[in-house]
Write a protein that binds this ligand. Structure first.
Ligand SMILES: Nc1ncnc2c1ncn2[C@@H]1O[C@H](COP(=O)(O)OP(=O)(O)OP(=O)(O)O)[C@@H](O)[C@H]1O
Ligand SMILES: [Mg+2]
Length: 249
């Protein structure tokens, strides 16, 4: 499949599309990384919802939370995914990978890839989310096994399905690393970093584009809010916000 870097799809967040230089490149894999509770799942659901609203088909794989919990949480934001499930467009499921599977890297560990392939067969799946990818690798002792496993998954999704894929990755609180294992970012075409900054007794949620292949990306750090109905809403650059807060305080 050829890479047309001008063929872009919307993330579902207009400002983020702009920051990425026009959205995600269709058919590539992207990483959303950040500490726990910062909004990775919400961003990935917003990405899925954007596709569903354009009549695209989508798969969401929850790797740590119960899928009912995720869908009910989305309802609290005013997003009803059941409608799309009933229409046969959206395929959410949870997947637990056992340490024993990873140890026997090879045939057994491909169960995961096969599960996705089975759902995608005969259906024009265009968006896939794996949330969080880091959970796939828990229990694997050797780094190269995790790396090859993730590489295989990403290659399969890009080559066989041609879907645009969003991976989330949780990083330990306070860590300055971009990803859990330190190589997920190299496997992706772009990296979006979500964070929290503490400033004068207030917590601000932040978002920036750390890497974006083949694009003139905006590298500023922005402040965002999570609003019912809208999800992630990106506001002004962090630097401006800090100036205003200094004036107020
Ligand atoms: N209905 C809501 N209205 C406003 N904000 C909400 C609502 N539901 C969740 N949030 C915000 O979203 C945050 C959780 O977002 P999300 O579940 O996407 O985080 P995450 O990065 O996926 O976390 P984890 O790593 O634990 O999976 C909460 O901390 C809260 O600030
Ligand atoms: Mg999450």
């Amino acid at each position: 499949m050829g890479l047309d870097v001008t063929d872009r799809i919307s993330t579902g967040i207009p400002k983020l599309d702009q920051m990425l230089g026009g959205g995600f490149i269709r058919g590539r894999t992207y990483l959303v990384t950040g500490e726990t509770g910062v909004g990775k799942t919400i961003l990935s659901l917003q990405f899925i919802l954007e596709g569903l609203r354009q009549n695209e088909f989508a798969i969401y794989v929850s790797l740590d939370e119960r899928i009912d919990g995720v869908l009910n949480g989305a309802l609290s934001l005013g997003w009803d995914f059941w409608e799309y499930i009933n229409r046969g467009m959206f395929f959410p499921f949870e997947f637990r990978l056992f340490t024993s599977d990873l140890k026997r890297f090879g045939k057994e560990s491909r169960t995961f890839v096969e599960a996705i392939e089975k759902i995608a067969r005969g259906r024009p799946i265009s968006r896939i989310v794996l949330d969080p990818i880091s959970a796939l690798a828990l229990g694997a002792r050797e780094e190269f096994i995790v790396r090859e496993y993730l590489r295989e998954i990403i290659n399969m999704l890009e080559e066989k399905l041609g879907a645009t894929t969003l991976l989330t990755c949780d990083i330990p609180t306070g860590s300055t690393k971009l990803s859990r294992f330190g190589f997920e970012e190299f496997l992706s075409s772009g990296v979006i970093v979500l964070g929290v900054v503490r400033f004068k007794g207030k917590l601000l949620k932040t978002i920036y584009v750390r890497k974006m292949r083949w694009s003139n990306a905006d590298s500023s750090i922005y402040v965002f809010e999570i609003r019912p109905g809208e999800g992630i809403v990106i506001k002004e650059p962090l630097s401006e916000q800090l100036d205003t807060m200094e004036l107020q305080l």
